[in-house]
Design a protein around this ligand. Structure first.
Ligand SMILES: *Cc1c(COP(=O)(O)O)cnc(C)c1O
Length: 268
């Protein structure tokens, strides 16, 4: 977010937390109290680099007290974690087709306050990212996209929404992700692989695990799992050796058990 703001030469300030610490409502309040010139506040809901789930509700209670536009990157949580956009006072919620909605990659979308969206008119510094103009084109053209439509992705997205509905909606999907995640972390612990984060801040989306030993060969581990049909992620944090496992998508408790079996065989 800081990099994006820098590219646009925006006057911005980054609130920095340790990689394994969530954003706190207290720090947000302090920042907004200190700098009265802040007009927008943006945060990530589910932090995919570590697996932290930030406390959206608690932070939104603070943000609502200030005259700032509230922007939330809910890319890896929307559709998989229940949230009340209106009650949280979110002005712009950003997500994409290919995370918890379980569509294919190809577009992002924004759920916006109409009043705030209207204020964006003529304010943009990018032609392709002009959401006001995109919205106008869609309103006037009965859903037409400004440039070439990503037709296959939109069709897949529609199917993904039908699938989400058939599963029982966001609540049901959240329960499945939680269950996947619980099976994964409990099974990993039994194999001697500890999650990086305490349970209270762990999201049900993706989990970082510490290397089981200093001489752990991640590349060999990765390749062995890949051969067994599972692809995991390297870690992304700087002060601990970790790797990550995602548990969203069309995967179920049985799949998590199969994954644990594959990991057990790999570690033997
Ligand atoms: C995946 C992700 C993004 C990037 O989304 P793309 O679909 O890859 O463009 C941004 N923020 C978070 C928190 C994510 O998980």
């Amino acid at each position: 977010m800081g990099t994006i703001a820098a590219y646009y030469r925006l006057d911005y300030e980054v609130l920095t937390f340790h990689e394994t610490e969530p954003v706190t409502a207290r720090a947000v309040k302090q920042a907004l109290d200190t700098r009265k010139d802040i007009t927008h506040f943006a945060m990530v809901h589910c932090e995919t680099t570590t697996g932290i789930l930030n406390e959206l509700e608690a932070i939104s209670e603070v943000v609502k007290e200030y005259p700032v536009t509230f922007i939330v990157d809910a890319i890896s949580s929307f559709g998989g974690i229940p949230m009340d956009i209106k009650a949280c006072g979110i002005d712009f919620l950003i997500s994409s087709a290919n995370k918890c909605i379980q569509g294919v990659p190809g577009f992002g979308f924004i759920i916006a306050s109409r009043q705030k969206l209207l204020q964006c008119k003529g304010n943009v510094r990018s032609l392709s990212l002009d959401i006001y103009d995109q919205w106008q084109a869609m309103e006037q053209g009965k859903g037409k996209w400004r440039f070439t439509s990503p037709t296959h992705v939109v069709r897949a997205f529609y199917q993904a929404l039908l699938d989400l509905e058939a599963e029982g909606g966001v609540e049901a999907r959240y329960k499945r992700y939680r269950q996947n995640n619980t099976i994964l972390t409990e099974g990993m612990r039994r194999l001697g692989l500890d999650p990086l984060l305490p349970g209270e801040i762990q999201s049900p989306i993706i989990t970082s695990f510490r290397y089981p030993a200093d001489d752990f060969n991640f590349q060999a581990f990765y390749e062995s799992l890949e051969q067994k049909g599972f692809v995991i992620y390297p870690g992304k944090i700087s002060d601990a050796e970790t790797f990550r496992i995602g548990n969203i998508g069309d995967v179920y408790p049985e799949d998590m058990e199969r994954l644990l079996q594959a990991i057990r065989e790999t570690l033997q």
